[in-house]
Design a protein around this ligand. Structure first.
Ligand SMILES: [Zn+2]
Length: 457
């Protein structure tokens, strides 16, 4: 039997292909290849639900968390990544069994004991603790978990969510969320969705919120502090939660919230979520507001245009969300134009008036028109004024081109056909062309992609 023995020895020395890749399991990608944030999110699975149990001590800025993540494999997974910045991990289970992990920058690399077959649902439980991070973006703005005088301002666009929980941090992986956050009694925690309960015991209050509709991770929040919280019901039955830092002055502008939402519902279609409201903090050093889902968060008392802007994002940005960050004009151009149409609706300056003013006053100053809104080009330029203003002007120019009935049909079709979904610019152009019955390739090329002042569209 010597020849057979030789074959056995060779088999033992040369591992066959199936032992390197048993059952077809391969590592999930460390990122999803976004042109501006290539490591944001991870490949190989889709998250369906996050259940976050957090305990926060503002006095020491210490956060203790348990994240339970329900996901489904989209490939046979030998290992997979989550995004998480900082923290010490004390337990990591995959389907109830301890899994090994390593850390590398924002990548948390998890290797379960056994491969996860494609299509299979699995659950990850992670216990973690530490100081949550303030993330500084390429444009120098701050996000993540930002401590305030009385709590924390929690915002995640575009990359702040891994500062406070392990997450597949990519806008294309939407999921439902449950939040259970414990803080010192006297503080209010404002998270996304509907308030389930708040209960105090032993000087600590636990706030429980449920966000049923799919949400991109960057839109999650648990902003907390001393707030006056008022809960009302909008026409149609949607609960509205408005939280205001009592240090701030007049809250009169917030009384417009129901009217603004009703107006946008009348032109964009039904409000997309089971809850509404606003979180108005006293944190001016943050320098911006964000359209956190169901309840935008403001760093100060907003003016009416800013309030309208963030509320319109509930349709354009939150329900209808970009796939890749360079398409941000699909959020910010739409929200800017929404400010203008709210003004027009109330007898103020018309959207065309805003357009004319910007078009004539800005001359051919490159700094106003560049970068073109369809292609900001770099993370530092993502939130450029041109993405907002020239993006909004793109919609007003489209309105001029196709006329009001077709234009408003385009907007409501866009919101309806992509409700709770993900989109890109070619998809918007295709829908506009379909509804208008026109070729608009040249129009959108001039407005979205050409450098300098648009002419001859
Ligand atoms: Zn915006």
């Amino acid at each position: 039997m010597p020849r057979l023995r030789l074959i056995v020895v060779l088999l033992a020395l040369v591992p066959p292909a199936w032992s390197q890749n048993p059952g077809g399991f391969t590592p999930g990608a460390a990122g999803l290849g976004d042109p501006l944030y290539p490591l944001a999110g991870n490949g190989g699975y889709d998250v369906e639900h996050y259940a976050l149990t957090l305990d926060y001590q503002p006095a020491t800025n210490h956060l203790v968390g348990t994240a339970e993540i329900r996901a489904r494999a989209t490939q046979g997974l030998s290992r997979f990544d989550l995004d998480l910045r900082g923290f010490a991990l004390t337990r990591l289970l995959v389907d109830g069994r301890a899994a090994s992990f390593t850390r590398s920058g924002q990548e948390l690399v998890v290797t379960p004991r056994k491969g996860i077959p494609a299509g299979k649902a699995f659950t990850v439980i992670i216990d973690y603790a530490g100081t949550p991070e303030v993330v500084t973006d390429p444009d120098a703005s701050i996000e993540g978990w930002i401590p305030t005088r009385d709590g924390a301002f929690v915002v995640g666009e575009p990359q702040g969510s891994p500062a406070w929980y392990p997450v597949n941090d990519n806008p294309r992986d939407k999921a439902s969320y449950d939040f259970r956050v414990t803080v010192p009694a006297g503080l209010t925690v404002m998270a996304n969705g509907v308030l389930v309960s708040s209960a105090t015991s032993g000087g600590r209050t636990t706030w429980v919120w449920h966000a049923a509709e799919p949400m991109a991770p960057y839109l999650s929040t648990v902003t907390l502090g001393v707030f006056d919280l008022s809960v009302t019901t909008l026409a149609g039955g949607t609960p509205s939660y408005v939280a205001v830092d009592p240090q701030l002055g007049s809250t009169a502008v917030l009384a417009k919230l129901p009217d603004i939402l009703a107006f946008y519902s009348s032109i964009y279609g039904p409000y997309p979520f089971a809850a509404a409201g606003a979180i108005v903090d006293d944190a001016r050093f943050v320098g911006y507001a964000l359209e956190t889902q169901t309840k935008p968060v403001f760093d100060r008392m907003p003016d009416e245009a800013t309030l309208a802007h963030e509320l319109s994002h509930q349709w354009f940005g939150d329900s209808v969300t970009l796939i890749q960050w360079p398409d941000l004009w699909l959020h910010e151009g739409f929200a800017t134009w929404s400010e203008w149409i709210w003004s027009e609706h109330n007898g103020g300056q018309s959207a065309q008036g805003f357009f004319d003013q910007l078009y004539s006053r800005s001359g051919s100053v490159d700094a106003f028109w560049n970068p073109p809104p369809g292609n900001p080009g770099s993370p530092a330029l993502l939130f450029s004024a041109s993405v907002y203003l020239r993006g909004g002007m793109t919609l007003q120019a489209l309105r001029q081109r196709v006329g009001d009935p077709t234009f408003f049909r385009i907007l409501s079709d866009w919101a309806a056909e992509n409700r709770h979904g993900n989109v890109d610019t070619p998809r918007f152009i295709a829908l506009a062309e379909r509804d208008a019955g026109l070729s608009l390739a040249h129009f959108f090329d001039v407005w979205l992609y050409q450098l300098g002042k648009p002419v001859g569209w």
